[in-house]
Design a protein around this ligand. Structure first.
Ligand code: G1P
Length: 289
């Protein structure tokens, strides 16, 4: 059986980024660089690698740097070209004409509400979601691995990973059913449960492939954990009506919503880059030694 291709991705980027203040006072947290690329660029690259063509950003006030980042920087390119400088590093920042759309979430009402704001642009087809704070490092990328599984089983898929039990209350948690290879059946979902009520320690790690019906559920979704409209609550209502699976990513995940996770991501990427790995390794050894 063939499943409708995943052509569109939604990037909720309206969050205030208060955890990184004052760094994020005047720039969006999604523009914080890991080595030399902003977080949002990694997420878009991961989407493109998975064959996704259209990027939909759910933005808010103060986020225009993201739009500029994915546009042509005419003066910069012209000046660099005139000076004989290589501009190929800018190539991945260009999204083709009509390949990106921006919609504003006027008020911070939760992840579920942010996704629902993109409903008309998503239309009636399955789509992907990327939370750019969740930095997934691996090859093939997390979404490419998920699309490979989607092509087999269809329906809805979530990326998951195991965390220590005491951390589950910060995340969406799955109630796992049968597991087979990378795939685990999802029997239930709960957003930010109390530790003692958590059905497992498998948490949703920020990548989703969802069927468009989720938009209709979100339309009527009431407030959940933290007084926000939660995507997890809407997805939970679809279980039983549609296939729902969790995918374990074969790669590394860094929580760039936290300062230490962000530093770890920078170190990991630097150590994986042939142009700087030796220098950074020696530097790190010097600092800790
Ligand atoms: C969101 C989701 C949660 C998921 C998490 C991953 O929570 O609601 O289910 O586990 O992202 O980072 P937030 O971090 O916005 O509180």
């Amino acid at each position: 059986m063939t499943h409708k291709p995943i052509r569109k991705a939604v990037f909720p980027v309206a969050g205030l980024g208060t955890r990184f203040l004052p760094a994020t006072k005047a720039i969006p947290k999604e523009m914080l660089p890991v080595v030399d690329r902003p977080l949002i660029q990694y997420a878009v690259d991961e989407a493109r690698e998975a064959g996704i063509e259209q990027m939909i950003f759910v933005t808010g006030r103060g986020k225009s740097a993201i739009e500029d980042h994915f546009d042509i920087a005419y003066e910069l390119e012209r000046t660099m070209t005139d000076r004989g400088k290589d501009i190929s590093v800018l190539e991945p920042t260009r999204l083709g004409p009509g390949n990106c759309a921006y919609v504003r979430q006027q008020e911070p009402m939760g992840l579920g509400h942010a996704i629902w704001c993109a409903r008309d642009i998503v239309g009636d087809e399955p789509f992907a979601i990327f939370l750019p704070d969740e930095f997934m490092h691996g090859s093939p990328g997390c979404m490419a691995q998920m699309v490979a599984e989607y092509n087999r089983v269809g329906g809805n898929l979530l990326s998951v990973l195991e965390v220590p039990h005491e951390q589950v209350s910060s995340y969406g948690v799955i109630d796992p059913g049968l597991a087979q290879g990378k795939l685990t059946e999802v029997k239930g979902l709960v957003e930010k449960p109390k530790i003692e009520a958590a059905p497992s320690n498998l948490i949703i790690s920020g990548r989703y492939i969802l069927q468009p019906e989720v938009m209709r559920v979100l339309e009527h979704q009431g407030k959940g954990a933290g007084g926000e409209i939660q995507l997890t609550d809407a997805m939970a209502q679809m279980i039983g009506n549609q296939p729902f699976h969790a995918v374990t990513f074969d790669g590394a995940r860094y929580d760039c919503g936290s300062k230490t996770g962000y530093i770890e991501a920078n170190l990991a990427v630097a150590l994986s880059r042939p142009d700087m790995a030796d220098e950074v390794r020696a530097m790190a050894q010097r600092l800790v030694g």
